[in-house]
Design a binder for this molecule. Structure first.
Ligand SMILES: NC(=O)CC[C@H](N)C(=O)O
Length: 222
């Protein structure tokens, strides 16, 4: 698949995300926050970082970028969109996903190799995982606490929209240990940990993140 990775001012992990897209068997296309169209890509990754310096709220300003109008429209037509960390924050601010990411409950920036359980595996980003698979993926954020009202949390659980959940301790105060969620259709996924940093043995911690990128490629050749 042709996968666009958007660079916003302050993006940090766009180069790693493009590399992971390629290692996963896809073609990576660099998109810029000012782009008004998606240059014919089949899927989009919103990478991690500190877009617009996290001013106002993390992801809030980026959600008004020209490229996000195109991403919102394409997501509505079913295009796969993955938001990683700051990208997840942008997806929530753009209302492609419900809830919000707030400052970690312990108020510190956190960088750990995080255990997760994969729960929704029928999305274009997670189909390479077995349901219930336990994986280790890097987590690094200051505003990673997922919050939503009780009704929204119950809906996410009831409709099976929780994509991944924290195991072995909750690193940021996310309600119900939620690490990632999807929309109903499953094409839009937001994840606080960084699968693009877990795709090569050289850098560790293993290659458990690779499935997010091979899932797409397998779909392309299915
Ligand atoms: N790694 C990241 O993408 C950081 C996300 C975000 N800006 C935070 O600190 O919470």
């Amino acid at each position: 698949m042709k996968v666009g990775v958007v660079t916003f001012p302050g993006s940090l992990d766009d180069v790693d995300a493009r590399r992971a897209v390629r290692i996963g068997g896809n073609e990576a296309v660099a998109l810029w926050h000012g782009d008004e169209d998606l240059r014919g890509v089949d899927a989009v990754v919103l990478p991690g970082g500190f877009s617009y310096g996290d001013y106002l709220r993390a992801g809030a300003i980026s959600s008004f970028s020209p490229v996000m109008a195109a991403v919102v429209a394409a997501a509505g037509r079913g295009m796969p969109v993955l938001g990683i960390c700051n990208g997840f924050q942008i997806l929530c601010e753009a209302h492609l996903l419900p809830g919000a990411l707030i400052r970690n409950d312990h108020r510190k920036f956190n960088c750990v190799d995080q255990r997760l359980r994969m729960e929704r595996v029928d999305t274009p980003w997670t189909s390479a995982y077995a349901e219930g698979a336990e994986v280790t993926i890097v987590l690094k954020n200051g505003e990673g606490g997922f919050v939503a009202d009780e009704a929204t949390l119950d809906r996410l659980e009831g409709e099976g929209l929780v994509v991944a959940r924290y195991l072995d301790g909750n690193p940021n105060g996310s309600l119900r240990d939620i690490a990632g969620i999807s929309n109903e259709q499953g094409n839009v996924v937001g994840l606080m940990p960084h699968p693009e940093h877990a795709v090569e043995d050289l850098t560790g911690p293993g290659t458990d993140g690779l499935g997010f990128f091979t899932s797409l490629a397998e779909r392309a050749f299915a």
